[in-house]
Design a protein around this ligand. Structure first.
Ligand SMILES: Nc1ncnc2c1ncn2[C@@H]1O[C@H](COP(=O)(O)OP(=O)(O)OP(=O)(O)O)[C@@H](O)[C@H]1O
Ligand SMILES: [Mg+2]
Length: 147
C-alpha cells in the first residue's frame, strides 16, 4: 500500500472559530465526490464524518488542515489541528459528552455526538492527540464495505 498515489487529493486549511465559512470544506468535498460518480450512500457517510471533523476544529481548536485522498477502493481523510488537544479520548467518544461552552450550544452545536457519528460513518478512525498541542483525526472509508 505504501507509495500508492491517490487519484485525487484535496488539501484545505480550517480556521478555528470562523462560523461564517464553517462547513465549506465538507460541502466542497461533497461536490467533488458527487462528480466522481461514487454511490450516494457512500458519499453520504463520508460527508457526514467530514462535516463533524471540520466542525470540531472550528469549535474546539485554533486552526487545522483537512486532507482528503481518493483511492480506487477507499477514501482517506486526515484532519490535523493546532489546539487544546483531548485529555480523555474515550470520554470524548461518549455520546452526549461535550465541553462546548454555552455560546456554542446556542448555535446548535455541542450535543456531544460528533465523534461517535464519525466512528459510525467510517470504517476506521484514529485520534492522536497531545494536550496543549493539537489533535489528528484519521478516517478511512472503504467503498465496498459498510461501517
Ligand atoms: N479537535 C478537537 N480538539 C479539541 N477537543 C476536541 C476536538 N474534537 C473533539 N474534542 C473534544 O471532544 C468532545 C466531544 O466531541 P464531539 O464532536 O463528540 O462533540 P461536540 O463537538 O462537543 O458536540 P457536537 O459534535 O455534537 O456538536 C468535545 O466537546 C471536545 O471536548
Ligand atoms: Mg463535534
Amino acid at each position: 500500500m505504501s507509495g500508492e498515489q491517490p487519484f485525487i487529493e484535496i488539501k484545505r486549511s480550517i480556521a478555528g472559530g470562523d462560523f461564517a465559512i464553517a462547513g465549506n470544506i465538507s460541502s466542497e468535498t461533497k461536490t467533488i465526490l458527487q462528480q466522481t460518480g461514487l454511490p450516494p450512500v457512500f458519499i453520504r457517510r463520508v460527508v457526514i464524518a467530514c462535516y463533524e471533523a471540520e466542525m470540531n476544529v472550528v469549535i474546539h481548536a485554533y486552526r487545522g488542515t483537512f486532507t482528503t485522498q481518493i483511492y480506487s477502493d477507499r477514501i482517506l481523510v486526515v484532519v490535523d489541528d493546532e489546539g487544546p488537544g483531548i485529555p480523555d479520548v474515550s470520554l470524548a467518544f461518549q455520546e452526549g459528552y461535550s465541553t462546548a461552552p454555552p455560546h456554542i450550544r446556542e448555535m446548535g452545536f455541542g450535543a456531544g455526538y460528533g465523534l461517535s457519528n464519525m466512528k459510525k460513518c467510517s470504517n476506521q478512525i484514529a485520534v492522536d492527540t497531545r494536550v496543549g498541542e493539537g489533535t489528528r483525526v484519521t478516517m478511512v472509508f472503504y467503498l465496498n464495505s459498510s461501517p
